[in-house]
Design a binder for this molecule. Structure first.
Ligand code: GTP
Ligand code: MG
Length: 201
């Protein structure tokens, strides 16, 4: 898929104000600092589109980006950000979970996982929650440029193994780097295919 246009549409803290659910939508989520915003910029080839930062917890809202005028990427705030208060974390959780469970045009959730780490409980728990609620998701391992291919595959395999202790099969996954565009074509081809099946409910 060629990216012809990518524009920021809106930021929301309330689900009532989201764009009308008439276009296919893909949500990007993962632990804080995992590289969500960077991945969105890499996929769209637009450096400053989603705000990136060295400080975890930068993305605090539901941000909608309209791509090629016919589908949305949504940048969600990172989970597991230790520095926010318990109360605001709980509010965040309620809000995001409500969005994920109720957004009718949501086609797939991209769960971003840092390829440098061994399986993390927060990531596994979040995947289980998605599975329990029947929300389609794929895994996206990020920052693959930061280490050797062998090390990346070791961590991917570790994650798969942890995953299979609870699930019957491993979901589709991508290995990506926002630094060198690894995985870009595969992710966009996947989205293109799903877009082709979209029907307004
Ligand atoms: N080397 C390398 N660095 C990356 C990659 N992706 C992200 N980073 C760096 O990781 C840091 C966090 O990236 P962001 O894209 O802001 O992460 P985020 O998940 O959107 O973070 P929050 O919105 O704060 O939750 C930044 O310093 C990025 O430059 C990657 O693929 N390779
Ligand atoms: Mg971000």
């Amino acid at each position: 898929m060629q990216i012809r246009s990518a524009e920021f549409k809106c930021s929301n803290t309330r689900t009532e104000k989201l764009p009308p659910p008439v276009l296919p939508e893909y949500a990007f989520i993962g632990r804080s600092n995992v590289g969500k915003s960077s991945l969105i910029n890499m996929l769209t080839n637009k450096k400053g589109l989603a705000k990136t930062s060295q400080t975890p917890g930068k993305t605090q809202l539901i941000n909608h980006f309209l791509i090629n005028e016919n589908w949305y990427i949504v940048d969600l705030p990172g989970y597991g950000y230790a520095k926010v208060s318990r109360k605001s974390r709980e509010e965040w959780e309620r809000f995001i979970r409500y969005y994920l469970k109720n957004r009718e045009n949501l086609q797939c959730v991209f769960v971003l996982i840092d390829s440098r780490l061994e399986p993390q409980k927060a990531d596994l728990d979040f995947c289980f929650w998605l599975g329990e609620h029947g929300i389609p998701f794929v895994l996206t391992f990020t920052k693959a440029d930061k280490q050797s291919k062998v090390k990346t595959l070791q961590n991917v395999n570790g994650f798969k193994k942890a995953f299979l202790e609870y699930f019957e099969e491993v979901p589709q996954y991508f290995i990506t780097s926002s630094e060198n565009q690894e995985g870009r074509d595969d992710v966009l081809a996947f989205i293109n295919e799903v877009n082709g099946r979209f029907e307004i409910s």
